[in-house]
Write a protein of this length. Sequence first.
Length: 151
Amino acid sequence: MSESRPSMPPLKLIGHVHRAFQRLADQLLRDQGFALGQLPVLMALKDGQPRSQAELARLAHVEQPSMAQLLNRMERDGLVERLPDPEDGRSRLISLTAACTERMPKAKSVMQALGTEALQGFSAAEVEVLGGLLARLADNVDDMVERHLSP
């Protein structure tokens, strides 16, 4: 464990934790054939229900062109496939490939182990308090985005 960190503003500390955790998680997920940026798509499709590109973009909070690029890479890597929409022959629905579904439990284990290790030394009560504080912070930031960035 590293030495005690000098006093840092909370949001700067949250940013540091976020970036460091992302860097570590992305590397360990790459060892499993995934990337951290793919998680929103993987989570949205894990129930086996195909979804449209537009729906995946909305769920991942990204623009359509960014989702199209991500899906192209995921299709190239054999993680997703595009199938005709039975209700609209002009549209395609995205679903996970069997190979992706088979590999996902190992990636989930990696993420769970990282989360457990990151919270090492915290009591259950502390984890609950931390979660509540971060949820309030997230609500405040979501409200700020709504007020400042909505048309």
